[in-house]
Design a protein around this ligand. Structure first.
Ligand SMILES: [Zn+2]
Length: 252
């Protein structure tokens, strides 16, 4: 690996570690849930922590895994059971570079209801127009609801379609797919907030208004890192006390 390649890899590892800490600190992930990034030097691999709670992840926890869910860096650490969520999405969607899986409390009711979760607040626009619910029972019968193999990961990825950003997982949580790490983070952080607001509006008893298609288009035109995302990254990282990982460099 050249020094430039090493620097590129270190930078992405630092970003993933920061993103893990942020997801823990913002309450999107607790003991469970994870975030991965497509490998910056080999698009057929991904970077994902060994099996560890996001808030505790360190640079040395980051493993390189192929789309079969196998480590390719010689490591034998226990891995996340549900790494196939990430494998399936990267394999199916070349435009996606960062994936989050979460069991965030705020979205769970929408995973088991026929009331559709839709973007209702401006920060929810990154979640995309259509937020499908993927039900593992449909193609796999009775399971423990976890995405435990390649076939299940690919089936979940299919629910995202060709341009979806989020799939809810029935009785379980959600998978969010970002073109960039900050886009994936923004979706994962604001999706539960959007769900909460929609739920509250419905409890008011009247009709509620979702974002319009035109509003979604205007938001989308800003690109994956629009809406002053650098400011948000700095804020989230400072709150999680992990700003230093945003400029991470492995010591020689
Ligand atoms: Zn899960």
């Amino acid at each position: 690996m050249t020094p430039a390649e090493q620097a590129k890899l270190d930078s992405v590892i630092g970003q993933i570690v920061a993103a893990n800490r942020i997801l823990g600190n913002e309450g999107v992930c607790d003991a469970y849930g994870h975030i991965s990034h497509r490998h910056p030097l080999d698009p057929t691999k991904l970077l994902l922590s060994r099996s560890r709670s996001p808030e505790l992840v360190e640079p040395d926890d980051i493993m390189t895994i192929d789309f079969d869910g196998k480590p390719v860096d010689g490591r034998t650490d226990p891995m996340y059971f549900e790494r196939f969520i990430h494998c399936g999405i990267y394999e199916t969607r070349p435009d996606i570079n960062c994936v989050v899986h979460s069991h965030a409390r705020g979205v769970l009711a929408f995973t088991i209801s026929d009331v559709k979760l839709v973007p209702v607040i401006h920060t929810g626009a990154s979640c995309g127009c259509d937020i499908p619910v993927w039900d593992i029972e449909t193609n796999f019968g009775a399971t423990n609801l976890l995405v435990a193999n390649q076939a299940q990961g690919r089936d979940l990825a299919k629910a995202l379609g060709t341009d979806g950003r989020v799939a809810l997982m029935r009785g379980h949580g959600f998978a969010a797919a970002g073109r960039t790490l900050s886009e994936a983070l923004r979706i994962a952080i604001y999706l539960p907030q959007n769900a909460q607001v929609q739920m509250e509006a419905m409890q008011l008893g009247g009709r509620f208004k979702a974002l319009t298609a035109g509003e979604m288009e205007v938001r989308e035109a800003a690109g994956p890192d629009g809406s002053d995302i650098a400011r948000a990254m700095q804020y989230w990282a400072r709150r999680a006390n992990c700003e230093h990982y945003l400029t991470y460099k492995r010591s020689a």
